[in-house]
Design a protein around this ligand. Structure first.
Ligand code: ADE
Ligand code: ZN
Ligand code: ZN
Length: 232
């Protein structure tokens, strides 16, 4: 996701924290006064290097959305490996500064785990190589899902929070195992019609914006559940 997507997911998650998690998260955020789950949610995109860039996604083969570690993430440098490491660090006795860094990564990667094209296909780099035209402007499918569909409605996180905060949370929210979430995102990419005609118009936006909204709602809720699970 772009900044708006990540920030909205952070706000939604913050509202669903239990008391223990809220206190522990706030202790970490207090290391950088004024910071919030929303404000730190974009840190990982603003501090990418060639190694960490690979922690934001994972590619499935076109033939299967079933994760196999030896096939899909053999060296651990994918979004699932990265999530596992942040969770382990947050459960450990590591210093608070290290835990804050892990929190910055974790909230970002759980967001990205719900952007379907971060669990897309290798041959087109998760839609980055799939060129489209959206309302006369050139773009690509990955960018459309990171930020284009969001921008059609608004780039203001407050507008998006108001829009999503009262939406019902789908029952599958309780599936928080990152592997299962990754497979769920891949299956969205594999749905007929997900790859549009090269010219994207209102029909595509109408069909898929509700899916995008569900993914953001699920991301916020599952992020909160994950943090609540770290501090039960
Ligand atoms: N960003 C850069 N490469 C990517 C890929 N293969 N899949 C998803 N996101 C990416
Ligand atoms: Zn992206
Ligand atoms: Zn990212």
């Amino acid at each position: 996701w772009g900044a708006t997507g990540h920030q909205v997911i952070g706000v939604l998650a913050e509202k669903q924290l239990g008391d223990k998690a809220r206190i522990q998260v706030q202790r970490l955020l207090d290391l950088e006064p004024g910071s919030t789950l929303s404000s730190i949610s974009t840190w990982a995109d603003e501090h990418k290097n060639p190694t960490t860039a690979r922690w934001h996604f994972l590619n499935f083969p076109r033939t299967s959305c079933s994760y196999g570690q030896s096939r899909d993430c053999p060296d651990g440098n994918c979004i699932l490996g990265a999530i596992d490491r942040q969770v382990a660090l947050l459960k450990s006795q590591a210093p608070q500064q290290a835990k804050l860094l892990a929190l910055k990564y974790l909230i970002h990667f759980i967001g990205d785990l719900h952007q379907p094209l971060h669990l897309g296909y290798m041959d087109d780099k998760g839609g980055n190589l799939y060129q489209i035209q959206a309302y006369k402007k050139g773009s690509n499918l990955h960018s459309l899902w990171d930020s284009g569909l969001i921008r059609f409605i608004s780039d203001d996180p407050q507008v998006w929070t108001d829009r999503l905060v009262h939406k019902p949370i789908p029952a599958r929210v309780n599936l928080i195992d990152p592997v299962r979430v990754a497979e769920e995102s891949c299956r969205i990419v594999a749905t007929p019609g997900f790859y549009p005609d090269r010219k994207v118009g209102a029909a595509y936006v109408d069909r898929w914006t509700s899916v995008l909204e569900q993914q953001m709602v699920l991301a916020g809720a599952r992020l909160a559940r994950t943090l609540n699970g770290l501090w039960p």
